[in-house]
Design a protein around this ligand. Structure first.
Ligand code: ZN
Length: 454
């Protein structure tokens, strides 16, 4: 039986206000939480997401070896500040959780500005913004501040300050959350987003809230694939997850890393390392159909956790969807990446695109034409009547000819959409009609390795 369509027509940017506003409200709740690669901020964030979707929280102890890496100690920050001799706090993590370098070792000392400034990060070209820095590999410490503040302090180099980072950096756990939504098949679609950034709205919360809303809406849909939504710390979280799941990752047929989805920049699909996996073809077709500005980029081993999924030992079919990508918008990794970069329309538009990709992946099939000798006479199979009811009869007829021609057992419906230039939804709907009429036999599921069979 064909799976029912799981989404409405593509209409990115102007989807109904409901989900966009839900996502904005969730982002506003999550924004102040002081997340880091480990520690209570990630747990608090996951607990909040568990109010929306069935989330299983997983923990891996500090010190666990994951491939070439080791899970770091857990970081618990109580307070961090720089105070002058009168006790006035010039820099205070209560004002912005970006003020302290993430995962900083504890320190409590009096020191001159000359000593302290070696450990201070600023953005000289954006003097009012606080940069975001984290270092969980070395047990070191530091502060981030507006360059304006730095210059004021630098004009008084001999003054002494009380420097406090009251934190534990001690054995604990690395935490992630996953929502597994079983389908009729145990072949999986992985949706991955990082949950470790402190108050950064676009790089951080936009992926979290789109993935959460997407999972929530998938709950009551018919699902062919088993869906796995994972919310994990970047890099070490992906490494730990892959390590724990290394015997099971061959179930993943399709994967998407989500980030930077909150604004109105052009959609950017970064292909999986395989380059032509079904998820790459689905994303490319859906973005083309959407009529929205977009860009398709090749894989490269930088960026988000697609680096780990695309390492040669895994080579999983996992691509990445962003709008303007990481590092390419000025507010990236600074205090200016705040809630003002998100909009309900931007988030809803992103959700519409990912749901359309989901629809394409759920409905994609390989078929064999049951009447391959010459063109079948469509009227004989009741199809002229069926197409007469289609919203666009000419396109449905064209899709029928393309599907029948390419249904040789080697091409799937995404190939048909790419070859014909017809909308994915038209191709999928027409295939359902041809199958119902007996002109197509479904073959086994399209497999991501199928390009090797060609
Ligand atoms: Zn980031």
């Amino acid at each position: 039986m064909a799976a029912a369509p799981i989404v409405r027509p593509v209409n990115p940017g102007s989807a109904p206000a409901g989900p966009g506003e839900r996502m904005m409200a969730l982002a506003a709740e999550l924004f102040p939480i002081h997340r880091s690669v480990t520690g209570p901020g990630v747990r608090e964030t996951l607990a909040r997401l568990a109010g929306e979707i069935p989330l299983e929280v997983r923990e891996v102890p500090s010190g666990t070896r994951v491939f070439d890496w080791t899970v770091p100690p857990e970081w618990r920050l109580r307070e961090a500040y720089v105070a002058d001799e009168s006790g006035r706090r010039l820099v205070d993590a209560r004002d912005s959780n970006l003020h302290v370098v993430g995962h900083s070792a504890p320190v409590r000392a009096r020191m001159s500005w000359r000593e302290l400034r070696e450990r201070v990060h600023t953005l000289p070209e954006r003097p009012r913004w606080i940069p975001y820095r984290i270092d969980w590999v070395r047990e070191d410490w530091g502060f981030c501040m507006a360059h304006e503040t730095y210059e004021w302090l630098d004009a008084r180099p001999d003054r002494e300050y009380e420097v406090v980072i009251d934190a534990d950096l001690a054995p604990g756990s690395l935490t992630w959350g996953e929502a597994r939504l079983p389908g009729t098949s145990d072949r999986e679609i992985l949706v991955w987003t990082h949950a470790c950034h402190p108050s950064l709205a676009n790089d951080g919360l936009s992926g979290l809230v789109v993935a959460t809303e997407w999972a929530r809406r998938m709950l009551d849909r018919e699902r062919r694939h088993t869906w796995r939504f994972v919310f994990a710390p970047a890099t070490i979280g992906a490494l730990a997850w892959l390590h724990e799941n290394r015997q099971r990752v061959d179930r993943i047929d399709h994967g998407l890393v989500l980030a930077c989805l909150g604004g109105d920049g052009p959609f950017t699909w970064k292909r999986s390392r395989r380059g032509d996996a079904p998820v790459d073809r689905a994303a490319a077709r859906v973005l083309a159909d959407s009529g929205r500005p977009h860009e398709i980029r090749p894989f490269d081993p930088t960026g988000y956790d697609e680096r780990q999924f695309g390492s040669p030992g895994f080579d999983l079919p996992v691509g990445r969807l962003t709008r303007t990508p990481n590092g390419e918008y000025p507010e990236y990794h600074s205090s200016a990446d705040d809630l003002s970069l998100l909009s309900a329309a931007g988030l809803a538009g992103s959700l519409a695109v990912v749901e359309e990709i989901a629809d394409a992946l759920e409905r994609n099939r390989r078929y064999r034409n049951t009447r391959p000798m010459g063109e079948p006479r469509l009227s004989r199979w009741g199809l002229h009547e069926a197409f007469g009811r289609a919203p666009d009869r000419a396109r449905a007829q064209s899709a029928a000819l393309w599907i029948l021609n390419l249904s040789d057992g080697r091409h799937d419906l995404l190939d048909v959409a790419a070859a014909s230039g017809l909308p994915v939804s038209t191709v999928m709907d027409t295939a359902d009609a041809l199958r119902a009429a007996g002109l197509l036999d479904g073959l086994e599921e399209a497999h991501p390795d199928r390009q090797e069979e060609r």
